[in-house]
Design a protein around this ligand. Structure first.
Ligand SMILES: Nc1ncnc2c1ncn2[C@@H]1O[C@H](COP(=O)(O)OP(=O)(O)OP(=O)(O)O)[C@@H](O)[C@H]1O
Length: 706
């Protein structure tokens, strides 16, 4: 079932010194009495107004044609007086329930620079924003899922000048992170660390420290302007031990950098370069939204890291909420219109949310959690929106949200490292004293900033933790060991391949052990059968009904019917369901008459033969299935690089065999190659041509096709 991206628009209050001609109004369409209302500075926000049954919209005066108004209707519209609490309760709290249903939710704040995105997402100590409130709510909700083992973990990154960086590691040593795609087409940032979080307090500590790692700089429009897009992800894993299922929900909280009009920013060359990258990525975002709206077959997700990373939120499988921030200042008017147009287009995008669930019974899996490859859900089912009573926030929920202790400090000047100069990600710029004193900025405590202390809590703790290879593959490992990304990839691939081989071998051994066990049991049963046949029994123990329909002794047994002989009460443990059924039937048979010795021997023999035939056939089928699946199993656990390499190797082998004329072998090798790189269309075409070639060859040689 598809679900459109929800849009909430928020007009921030006028800042001191800002020229506001009142050209932007937050209006609420028809109320119950049929009249409409607009909310200027004195009216309360959409969330507080009771009785409005219609929609709300933002009305903006055309800066070029006086008197002309543009109206932008959205699901929620908040005016200057709206509180952080209202926005959270109305629009974000329902998303928390969705996360717990195993779905990915993406909330992103969009708007021109200084429109209030960071204020909305992060907020201040006095006015905490969406992020800290969402985390609190996630923890509160955890208590409702007592039947699951629920764990929360966090990752946090920024996209600065089209490169992804981990914000949970020391800024000085944070490498650029590659963006990759898994087999299911899900895009992920490789080597991004993820920290298990046990409490709100722990999250606050980590988040406050990580926030200081973000690239922030001063411009004429915003003294603490975000120079990067920041993506905080909280993953909620719910393990149902009894059902062997793991359900994974996620919430991505995205604070985008604002679009900038460099006529107003007064940017220097560094800021200009950042600004160009910000505007470019936002243009790419606009183009993705445009292409989705127009139903284009090619969506340009690959045009920027931002759009690649947000791919799942735009036309993908997550539930989306766009918070569109707008500034009242006249100098932003044209940008505000652009922002609202973008939001209007975005609201038409339909996602297809799915519930991510996977079976967690043990299957061969390598220890390469450090790769941070998102596990492919074994089953994803379409997400059914929750019933309204579940998605509606309750008073209890909102009241339970405690005042926060997020210590979001102003960024401090840092020495520029050699690495930084190379990567072009400068240390954060000293933020000048505010030109005007503003109530919210007073809430920003300043203080000295110790990288050592930031690094400590994160040291060595990776996403899924247990990986033995993680220390060398994790971000910190990569930075300290001096290995190149390629070398790390190669090492991991090798380790994975070895692990896969080891596990396959283990499985094979286990299968052989089971076979041996089966064999021993059937020998035991044979012995028992011959004992039963040769020894005189009481009528009570006679297994006459074993050969249903074929035994007719003095007319006392009918086809499937009337019991005339009872089975032995001694049951031979059997793995075969058929044997179990027979034994059960045998146990149910009531005593009738004793059978003379020897009469059952041929019947039991026949039964044993049938059993053996069946068991052989099953093993043969299992063997074929195992073989057929070997490649698929291997392929499913290899990294994309290893898969490509293995696929290539099989193709070369297939070619060599084809040249030698071993067409059947070559065909098999092509099939194997294809199972490693199923997405390779060229290979598929080549394989089909080859099949045709083999077919024609067979026809010309034998005149028939088998
Ligand atoms: N709803 C609000 N109430 C009070 N102050 C606000 C509100 N929204 C924003 N502000 C103030 O406006 C200023 C700019 O806000 P903010 O830094 O959040 O903008 P931004 O959109 O994140 O900018 P940039 O894209 O440059 O990072 C800040 O000083 C912030 O405190």
């Amino acid at each position: 079932m598809s679900q459109k991206i929800r849009i909430a628009a928020r007009l921030r209050p006028r800042l001191e010194g800002e020229v506001d001609d009142g050209g932007i109004q937050v209006c609420h369409a028809v109320d119950q009495s049929g009249s409409s209302s607009s909310s200027a500075a004195n009216t309360s926000g959409a969330g507080n107004i009771s009785g409005f049954s219609g929609r709300s919209y933002i009305s903006v005066q055309n800066p070029r044609v006086p008197g002309q108004l543009f109206n932008f209707p959205f699901s929620s519209c908040y005016d200057q007086n709206s509180s952080q609490e209202e926005i959270f309760v109305n629009d974000v709290q329902p998303m928390i329930d969705i996360v717990y249903s195993g779905v990915t939710v993406t909330i992103f704040a969009y708007g021109v620079t200084s429109s209030g995105k960071t204020h909305t997402m992060q907020g201040t100590k006095a006015e905490p924003g969406v992020i800290p409130r969402a985390v609190r709510s996630l923890f509160l909700k955890k208590a409702e899922y007592a039947q699951y083992q629920v764990t929360l973990s966090a990752s946090y990154m920024e996209i600065y000048k089209d490169e992804a960086y981990d914000l949970l590691v020391n800024r000085e040593s944070a490498p650029k992170l590659p963006v990759r795609e898994n087999d299911a087409g899900l895009v992920f940032v490789a080597n991004l660390s993820s920290i298990p979080i046990d409490s709100v307090e722990q999250f606050d500590r980590i988040y406050a420290q990580a926030t200081k790692n973000r690239s922030v700089g001063a411009t004429n429009l915003n003294r603490a302007s975000s120079r990067s897009h920041a993506v905080l992800t909280i993953e909620v894993a719910m393990v149902d031990v009894r059902q062997h299922m793991t359900r994974t929900g996620k919430i991505n909280l995205v604070d985008l950098a604002g679009s900038e009009n460099n006529k107003h920013t007064g940017n220097d060359s560094v800021r200009m370069a950042e600004s160009a990258a910000i505007n470019k990525s936002l243009t790419a975002l606009g183009q993705v939204v445009h292409a989705l709206n127009k139903g284009h077959s090619r969506i340009p997700y690959r045009d920027s890291k931002l759009t690649r990373i947000l791919q799942d939120a735009l036309g993908g499988s997550s539930v989306g909420l766009l918070i569109c921030n707008i500034a009242p200042g006249t100098k932003f008017r044209q940008d505000t219109l652009n922002t609202l147009n973008f939001a209007s287009r975005t609201k038409n995008i339909a996602n297809k949310p799915v519930v991510n669930e996977r079976d967690n019974r043990p299957v061969p899996k390598p220890h390469f959690a450090a790769l941070n490859v998102p596990q492919q859900p074994i089953s994803t089912k379409p997400f059914q929106p929750l019933p309204t009573n579940l998605v509606q926030p309750t008073a209890a929920n909102s009241e339970n949200i405690m005042p926060l202790a997020v210590d979001v400090c102003q960024p401090q000047p840092l020495p520029k490292s050699r690495k930084e100069r190379r990567s072009g990600r400068p240390s954060m710029v000293p933020v000048p004293q505010p030109r005007s004193s503003r109530p919210s900025s007073a809430a920003f405590p300043t203080g000295s900033f110790n990288f050592q202390s930031i690094y400590q809590p994160f040291g060595g703790t990776m996403a899924s933790g247990s990986a033995s290879a993680s220390s060398s593959a994790g971000p910190s490992g990569a930075a300290t060991s001096g290995l190149s990304e390629k070398e790390i990839d190669e090492r991991i691939s090798k380790a994975v391949e070895m692990e896969v081989a080891r596990r396959l071998e283990e499985r094979e051994k286990e299968r052989l052990r089971e076979l041996e066990e089966e064999r021993r049991l059937s020998v035991g049963q044979e012995a028992l059968a011959s004992t039963s046949a040769s020894q005189p029994r009481s009528a009570k123990n006679s297994p006459a009904r074993l050969v249903s329909g074929s035994v007719s002794r003095s007319g006392s047994t009918s086809a499937h019917g009337t019991p005339s002989r009872s089975g032995s009460k001694r049951r031979v443990p059997s793995k075969s369901p058929r044997r179990d059924t027979i034994a059960k039937e045998r146990d149910e048979i009531q005593p009738a008459q004793a059978i003379p010795p020897g009469i059952l021997t041929p019947l039991l023999k026949r039964h044993k033969d049938l059993d053996e035939q069946l068991s052989l056939r099953l093993h043969e089928l299992e063997r074929k299935y195992e073989q057929g699946n070997k490649e698929a199993q291997l392929a499913s656990v290899l990294s994309p690089v290893s898969k490509k390499k293995t696929g290539k190797a099989y193709v070369s082998l297939a070619r060599a065999h084809s040249e030698k004329g071993d067409l059947q072998v070559a065909l098999d090798l092509y099939r194997k190659a294809e199972s490693y790189v199923p997405e390779n269309i060229k290979l598929k075409e080549r394989w089909i041509l080859f099949v045709v070639h083999v077919f024609l060859n067979a026809v010309s040689h034998h005149g028939v096709v088998s």
